[in-house]
Write a protein that binds this ligand. Structure first.
Ligand code: UD1
Length: 376
């Protein structure tokens, strides 16, 4: 058997690394072909993660780059379709909810190549998010659906997906986190490597902020409000703000970079996996609009405020250390004050976020391949 495994954007890489490693252990071993669509291409968003995560270099690079949704999705479809034709794989494995996930699932399904979706069934119920559209449609096209939290199956069943296709396996992103956490540097080391030695006194509390959702950074008023919030928060405790390329581009386009000129606020370039892990682990609180960071802070037990009105990862709130803070600066700052005063939510680690999700996926894939061999 041959499996085409697709990565595209930064968060796909931490998910694919353990899945590839586990699939490699199957008997008989499938041929694994790693396809990179090139949706993310900057070294800081892409290349530096391959060595940190022990990901093999991609076998096939589609180099699509950035474009608007229609063009990016269409370009991935066109180029991935040619790969499918040439490789004739047994199945295509996709992760997450980025544009490339849907694009590859769609062309595979049209060629009758079964789609295996890792991180299925998450729903924000907000169709204004491009990722929500990618999630719903990818799941409709998938033959095997691997879920990270128990509630995801309810979402899938409601959308008419047969229960036999759904497998609750846990969270592969947490497989990577637990494997690499011992090697994560201390915050002062991360700061020193970015010429910020002494920005935070050893052991002193700090907040870590990330923003990249189109819904937050593409709207000038919303972005301004969030940046002003960050400035006011930095008067209470130092704020570290690694800038996603989309966010940096909008800051420049809207002429808002000056709002970040605050003595206790430091912007950083997009961080490597281990540096980010080290900063998350050491943070007093994390403020974010990222999906992965909501999960990682829950696994680490670090209080997280999600700067959105909804989340597709409700278990990080019902059980984990996450809370929805919305986008109103006054509300967000009040929640930050609560955390500073009372310590914030510790939460507990959700079921099957135990570092062994990828072997569970490989076991299901192995059985599925065996059944196909018998039928053939
Ligand atoms: C994408 C995903 C999002 C995910 C995020 C993780 C979709 C719809 N969105 O958002 O779900 O959370 O990745 O990072 O698929 N850019 C660069 N260098 C790069 C990549 C992007 O400079 O390597 C800039 C370009 O200006 C580009 C913009 O960032 O236009 C947006 O990139 P894109 O991949 O379209 O979406 P993200 O915002 O990264």
């Amino acid at each position: 058997p041959r499996l085409l495994c697709v990565v595209a954007a930064r968060p796909n890489l931490m998910k694919m690394a353990p899945v590839l490693a586990a699939l490699r252990q199957l008997e008989p071993a499938p041929v694994l072909t790693l396809v990179h669509t090139g949706q993310h291409y900057d070294a800081a968003m892409n290349a530096q993660f391959f060595s940190a995560l022990d990901l093999p270099p991609p076998d096939i690079a589609l180099d699509v780059g950035s474009a608007n949704h229609a063009v990016q999705t269409a370009e991935v479809m066109r180029r991935f379709d040619a790969v499918l034709e040439q490789q004739a794989p047994t199945a295509t494995l996709v992760v997450g909810d980025v544009n490339s996930t849907l694009a590859c699932a769609l062309v595979a399904a049209k060629r009758n190549v079964p789609v295996l979706h890792v991180e299925a069934g998450l729903r924000s119920f907000d169709r204004a998010m491009p990722e929500e559209i990618n999630r719903v449609l990818t799941d409709q096209l998938s033959e095997l659906l691997f879920t990270t939290e128990a509630g995801a199956a309810d979402n899938l069943l409601r959308e008419g997906i047969p229960s036999a296709r759904i497998h609750f396996v846990g969270n592969v992103m947490i497989d990577t986190l637990l494997r690499l956490l011992p090697g994560a540097p201390a915050p002062e080391q991360v700061l020193a490597s970015h010429n910020l030695a002494g920005f935070i006194a050893r052991g002193a509390p700090y907040a870590l902020l990330t923003l990249h959702r189109a819904g937050n950074v593409d709207d000038p008023q919303r972005l301004r409000a969030l940046l002003e919030m960050a400035g006011r928060l930095s008067a209470r405790l130092p704020v570290l703000f690694p800038l996603h390329p989309r966010t940096r581009a909008r800051l420049e386009q809207f002429g808002m970079s000056g709002l970040l000129d605050q003595p206790h606020l430091a912007c950083l370039p997009p961080l490597g996996y281990l540096d980010m892990l080290g900063l998350m682990r050491g943070a007093r609180m994390v403020l974010t609009d990222s999906g992965g960071v909501q999960e990682e802070t829950t696994a680490l037990g670090v209080p997280c405020l999600t700067l959105r009105d909804n989340t597709e990862r409700p278990i990080t709130i019902s059980e984990g250390s996450n809370a929805l803070a919305g986008r109103d600066p006054a509300v967000i700052l009040a929640l930050c004050d609560d955390i500073l005063q009372y310590g914030g939510k510790a939460g507990r680690v959700p079921r099957l976020w135990d570092g062994h999700a990828a072997p569970r996926i490989a076991a299901v894939v192995g059985q599925w391949l065996a059944q196909r061999r018998e039928r053939a």
